[in-house]
Write a new protein. Structure first.
Lengths: 304, 325
């Protein structure tokens, strides 16, 4: 290598890896970039809720019933200002919302992660083994996808009862089939590629072929679906909590906060339902905008 | 064709049977019906008498057989709360829900198709982009919150529309419909719009993608070469071609609208079967929950069957590949 080549390499921009190229493509879209930043901020707020909120809405020593249903911007008995008002128990709406967001995000993220694991494993298994295993798994997937998620979740929770763990179970059960179907579709294509044949010729164990060779190549379309499904899960959890079969009243999510505010809507006390709803909308919208852009980026047909 | 319909109908029967088994297991195996049916202070003799009377001493498969047999005869038990036949109770609420779902479906098509076509024709200008961004907002709006905001705005602030309830109805064949009585229309607007908003976004996306694809086809180029006006090309040729997938999807969505009506009916106190389901869940009225479930499952199986058959009539390729495969 000559000296000239060395100097030009030193001033050249960092090596273009696939990830860097993808990141720069992603941030080229301003709307999606802003949405991603909002998601990060919301996630940080939720994670650090105890440190960023003015009060702990579940600590009875910190709230006073005399401060109930205060208008946004009103002052408490002790002179604190409630910028977003208070609810029926005198809780600061802003604090309650951040804690509600924490619950909503936690439930949806856990449910989606488990659903991805279950769906991906079953989908890859179905595609790799084919035959009877495939048809049994896919029949269950078809059966489940022919009914709307809300109905399945509603019935499950009606049978199981309330509880955070039960909501996670229900959200997981309504989601896995999407991943199973998507992964199976990709895996069926990838299975016939030469690298799988090569791995089989090397007599690698089956689990190694499935998990180290087949699976990583089926993942990109899954990223889009998982992103959109997190948004769905958040919305579904809020809906279930609104209907009274979701999280318990002691650990309210955004949906349950809106449900509490619903009682006061006819008397014009808007803040108890409007603000948590806006936060819910902002969360779901940001995730959907990111998912929408990811879909455009990862769809090879649109690249031309 | 007949072979296809028969095989497809067989699949539907299988789906209904599977769901019946699941419902049976979840209601009769997870919960103990005796605890729900009898008063908590019932003594041992009363309990045993009830167990024999309900056939709970029989083996599981025999109980399931009895459950299926009764189901075929339209008997899914009596409501604990209302004391009347659960199936009749739900079917009595069906017209209200169906009316809401169908009005919402029509609204979704009437709003979504024009917006989607306009966006598809101007996909590079600000019109197309803002319609498509709007559709993402429509996808993201939590349904129940949108309903509450509509109440806050149109019923509480502006006082233009009633906040809930069904209002006056007209009667046709002994069934009540809000559409038949203009005085009942204001009650229908907000619930139907709330139910429609998600589907509006869906229709916009379908119409957008369809229009963009159709405008590149040879028949559009040919129609242009023939000197047809732009409005005729779009209004007749493009519209006809993009409507097929939209009609199919909307037909399939009718089922999900009936399911989602649960939420809308709860927000607007609309007396349909979804509100009945939520009330029954709150009061642990199991026979009504089971009956609702089986009726909705049956309805879904039927809708899917009809859409598939219609689709095979519209597009023979479906039928041929199904038979060949």
């Amino acid at each position: 290598m000559t000296d000239a080549a060395l100097t030009s390499a030193a001033v050249a921009p960092p090596v273009e890896t696939p990830f860097r190229r993808f990141a720069s493509d992603f941030f080229a879209n301003k709307v999606a970039a802003v949405a991603l930043v909002i998601i990060v901020i919301l996630a940080l707020l939720a994670i650090f809720a105890p440190w960023v909120t003015p009060q702990n809405p579940y600590d009875l020593t910190q709230i006073s019933i005399f401060d109930n249903m205060l208008k946004p911007g009103a002052k408490s008995m002790e002179g604190k200002t409630f910028w977003l008002g208070t609810d029926e128990q005198g809780r600061d709406m802003f604090s309650a919302m951040i804690y509600g967001l924490r619950m909503s995000l936690f439930v949806s993220a856990v449910a989606t992660s488990i659903a991805v694991l279950v769906g991906v494993s079953l989908g890859v298994t179905a595609a790799y083994f084919g035959g009877r295993v495939d048809s049994i798994i896919m029949r269950i997937v078809d059966l489940q996808l022919s009914f709307p998620a809300i109905l399945i979740a509603l019935i499950l929770l009606a049978a199981l009862g309330k509880g955070v763990d039960k909501v996670i179970l229900a959200l997981m059960l309504v989601q896995w089939a999407y991943y199973a179907r998507t992964v199976r579709g990709n895996a069926l294509v990838e299975r016939r590629r030469e690298y799988i044949e090569a791995a089989q010729c090397l007599a690698l164990p089956r689990y190694r072929i499935i998990f180290r060779h087949l699976l990583p190549n089926c993942l990109p379309p899954l990223i889009v679906i998982a992103t959109v499904q997190v948004a769905h899960a958040i919305s579904l959890e809020a809906t279930l909590s609104f209907l009274g079969v979701g999280v318990p009243i002691t650990e309210p999510s955004l949906g349950l906060l809106i449900s509490n505010g619903y009682k006061y809507i006819l008397s014009g006390k808007y803040w108890v339902s409007v603000f948590p709803g806006l936060m819910l909308l902002l969360t779901i919208l940001s995730i959907n905008l990111v998912g929408d852009h990811l879909r455009d980026l990862l769809n090879p047909r649109l690249k031309a | 064709m007949l072979a296809y319909i028969l095989r497809r109908a067989g699949q539907s029967v299988f789906v209904v049977l599977t769901m019946a088994a699941l419902v049976f297991v979840s209601v009769f195996a997870i919960g103990n019906p005796i605890d729900i049916l009898l008063a908590p202070d019932a003594d041992q003799i009363e309990r045993e008498a009830a167990i024999v009377r309900l056939g709970l001493d029989k083996p599981m498969w025999e109980q399931f057989g009895v459950f299926l047999w009764n189901m075929l005869h339209g008997d899914l038990g009596r409501s604990f709360v209302h004391g009347s036949d659960a199936v009749h109770l739900i079917l009595g609420r069906l017209p209200a829900t169906l009316e809401l779902a169908i009005v919402a479906l029509v609204m979704a098509a009437l709003i979504g198709v024009p917006l989607g076509i306009v966006a598809g024709l101007n996909s590079d200008s600000w019109i197309g982009r803002s319609v498509m961004t709007g559709s993402i907002i429509g996808f993201s709006l939590p349904n129940f919150w949108f309903g509450i905001m509509m109440i806050l705005f149109f019923a509480v602030e502006l006082q233009w529309l009633p906040s809930g309830g069904r209002g006056p109805t007209g009667t046709l064949f002994g069934l009540e419909f809000s559409l038949l009585n203009p005085a009942g229309w204001p009650n229908l607007v907000m619930p139907a719009m709330t139910l429609a908003i998600y589907k509006v976004s869906l229709v916009i996306r379908l119409a957008y993608a369809g229009t963009r694809e159709a405008m590149l086809q040879d028949y559009v180029r040919f129609a242009r070469a023939k000197g047809l006006s732009r409005s005729r090309i779009v209004g007749v040729h493009v519209l006809k071609n993009i409507l097929i997938p939209i009609v199919t999807v909307l037909g399939l969505e009718l089922g999900s609208m009936i399911a989602f009506a649960v939420v809308t009916e709860t927000v607007f106190a609309w007396p349909g079967m979804g509100k009945l389901l939520i009330d029954s869940i709150a009061r642990l009225d199991r026979p009504v929950i089971v009956a609702y479930l089986m009726i909705v499952v049956g309805m879904f199986a039927l809708i899917n069957l009809i859409v598939d058959i219609l689709y095979s009539v519209l597009d023979p390729r479906v039928r041929i590949t199904e038979t060949a495969g």
